[in-house]
Design a protein around this ligand. Structure first.
Ligand code: CP
Length: 333
């Protein structure tokens, strides 16, 4: 009976979100009410995070990943399995799909959308990806497009924040990277946080600042967003000591001649164990740190892993619930 009531609640939350049949390419495809609706639905689905609830029996999800992935692909696959649906995956399309025989991405998407009820696509070129999905006969979820956006990573990180603070409005978040040009997750997260009223600081070198088109959109939202440039490691750690959440979207470090110079910039955005420990000891406050992962050496002190400040592994469990919520809302239950 308890189960039946819980499923009734899930169905009612799905109806309220009103997202059936729609694609999700940008976090801005969702209204604020739909984002909060997905949070409520994800919380209602948490009891089945490690078991199964047969809400999507008979549905097929295709995962098409043109870039490597552990978390995004496997958490979507897990979410679909937990909901009773089936999964077909192409994780090496450049080698093992007909793309290797020069089939266009548009044709591939058109064909796969005849098999699957929903497609999750990751692609290195956001322009090609956005064009190709217009040929789909099924809704498409972005699993990360180029340097543009990674909306479901932002959804899961905002969900984790919401589950931690019970709100997003007014929470102080520093999004920090040695390169915010290419940080697709940072862009999606900044949009989402600004729209939900968080207090956002973007910290990066001025030479690698958030692209102007992203800043223009953020300004249009009218949220509380500011930029901090060219901090030293001391300055950066002073800044994050006053935050509720430090958000590390990671970055790809160049190889070869530029590698050493980039490593020096990365050092300025290194999250110290001592900074977080001091705030905990002296103020009794937790500055949470999350990283979208995968992380690379030199971004943070790994001793943070075993402190209450660590949120990057906590977010993994939440990632299944929020992706269950999204897939259920798109397919209807
Ligand atoms: N955070 C993230 O997108 O991880 P993967 O590249 O492993 O999917």
């Amino acid at each position: 009976m308890a189960n039946e009531n819980a499923i009734k609640t899930v169905r009612s939350l799905v109806r309220n979100i009103d997202y059936e049949g729609k694609s999700l390419l940008s976090i801005n495809d969702l209204t604020n009410d739909q984002i909060y609706g997905l949070f409520e639905l994800a919380r209602a689905l948490e009891p089945w995070n490690r078991s199964a609830v047969p809400l999507l029996t008979g549905n097929v999800m295709a995962a098409l990943f043109f870039q490597p992935s552990t978390r995004t692909r496997m958490s979507f696959e897990t979410a679909m399995h937990r909901l009773g649906g089936a999964v077909i995956t192409e994780a090496t399309p450049m080698v093992s799909s007909s793309i290797a025989k020069e089939e266009s991405l548009a044709d591939m998407i058109k064909v796969v959308s005849k098999y699957a009820n929903v497609i999750v696509l990751r692609h290195p070129n956001d322009v090609d990806a956005r064009d190709a999905v217009t040929y789909s006969d099924a809704p498409v979820i972005s699993g990360g497009f180029g340097h543009w956006e990674h909306p479901t990573q932002a959804l899961l990180d905002m969900y984790t924040l919401w589950r931690t603070h019970n709100k997003v409005e007014g929470v102080k978040v520093c999004i920090a990277s040695a390169d915010l040009v290419a940080a697709r997750t940072g862009h999606s997260m900044a949009y989402g946080l600004a729209r939900l009223g968080a207090d956002v600081t973007l910290a990066c070198p001025k030479s690698n600042r958030t692209p102007p088109e992203v800043m223009d959109k953020l300004a249009a939202v009218g949220g509380n967003v500011k930029e901090e440039f060219d901090l030293t490691q001391d300055g950066f750690n002073e800044l994050i000591a006053g935050m509720d959440l430090v958000y590390l979207p990671g970055c790809s470090a160049p190889k070869g001649a530029e590698a050493d110079a980039f490593k020096k910039i990365m050092d300025d955005y290194y999250v110290r164990f001592e900074t977080l420990d001091k705030v905990r000891q002296e103020e009794g406050r937790i500055v949470h740190v999350t990283h979208t992962l995968p992380r690379r050496a030199g971004e943070m002190d790994l001793r943070i892993d075993t402190t209450p400040n660590q949120q990057y592994f906590e977010a993994i469990a939440y990632s299944v619930s929020i992706r269950m919520a999204l897939v259920a809302s798109i397919l209807g239950v």
